[in-house]
Design a protein around this ligand. Sequence first.
Ligand SMILES: Nc1ncnc2c1ncn2[C@@H]1O[C@H](COP(=O)(O)OP(=O)(O)OP(=O)(O)O)[C@@H](O)[C@H]1O
Ligand SMILES: [Mg+2]
Length: 342
Amino acid sequence: MKLLTLNRIVILNKPLPILEVKDLSIGFTMDDRYVEVVDQVSFSINEAEVFGLAGESGCGKSVTALSVLRLLPMPASRILSGEILFRGRDILKMSIEDMRALRGAEISMIFQEPFSALNPLQTIKRQLEECYDYHPLQEKKGNLRGRINTILRRVGFSDPGRILAAYPHELSGGMLQRIVIAMALLLKPGLVIADEPTTALDVTVQAQIMELLRELQKESGTAILLITHNLNLIAQYANRLAVMYAGRIVEENQVQDFIRHPQHPYTLGLLKALPNLASKTELVPIPGQVPQPSEFESGCRFRQRCGEAFDSCTAKPELKECKPHHRVACFLPEVGAGNRNE
Ligand SMILES: Nc1ncnc2c1ncn2[C@@H]1O[C@H](COP(=O)(O)OP(=O)(O)OP(=O)(O)O)[C@@H](O)[C@H]1O
Ligand SMILES: [Mg+2]
């Protein structure tokens, strides 16, 4: 009996995934063919967890995020393979009605540019009300009109009336981003996708917005997929992260271990290229450029820029667990340093 109780506790303590992306490949049409701009990407996010997705511009972060809400441009793009499970339900197999019910209420998104995420011709009030006026999930609506005032105060506006009457051009970038955050949290979703939520803001406003997001996340237990090229931001706010390079995940780990023990030559390079004002150490850039999707070769996509590439790298390295919670797509950890090209 005791054992059963113990087993139950162990099961209850096991973190439950809210989002599981499995072997997801997405193609964009280029020269009459689909080029895999996202190639067999797999990761999972637990309930109430902040998961970082990092990588250079063009590596496929936003395309991955848009696919979770089925917002990819069609027919220019196509999901070539894979599954996206939200609390166990396959998003890619949901009906249009189910998707409408899911967006905003179960999964919402904070976009990079708050100004372009809002309608310049409508007041903030109208745009916040639209979030639920058109939402099919009646039970989520409740007393949402009252909630708008509460949430505006919660994101730092002491005078919601003035803000509700304003048009986007009358507000600063930081204010607009707080409105977009309020909008994303209005229907209390289980998962918020924050795609570069602070890139358009200056560093002091960026810190305020990130602190606000963290507070709200802790209060509501919402999971966050934090997408950014800024590893410092991920180190500060995320529990785990995955790093993408040219459409593939190259490394995934818990944040603290990632900083101390990076394994993939690309992530090592990224960490060496991070400015550190305290130590003033010289920055070491990664040589070369990220390949364009039309230039993707078979094998490891980083090998042209990798100082440690060897014969095996002409094959595609699978993302493999090298220790618990730590996965790397590189042949180096397998062969060990010093055994290459022997
Ligand atoms: N509408 C589109 N049409 C054609 N190709 C596209 C389109 N959107 C994205 N892509 C391709 O998909 C790749 C991944 O783009 P994505 O926007 O996901 O990059 P990202 O990692 O979010 O970059 P950034 O950090 O600049 O936001 C790009 O290299 C681009 O070639
Ligand atoms: Mg992007």
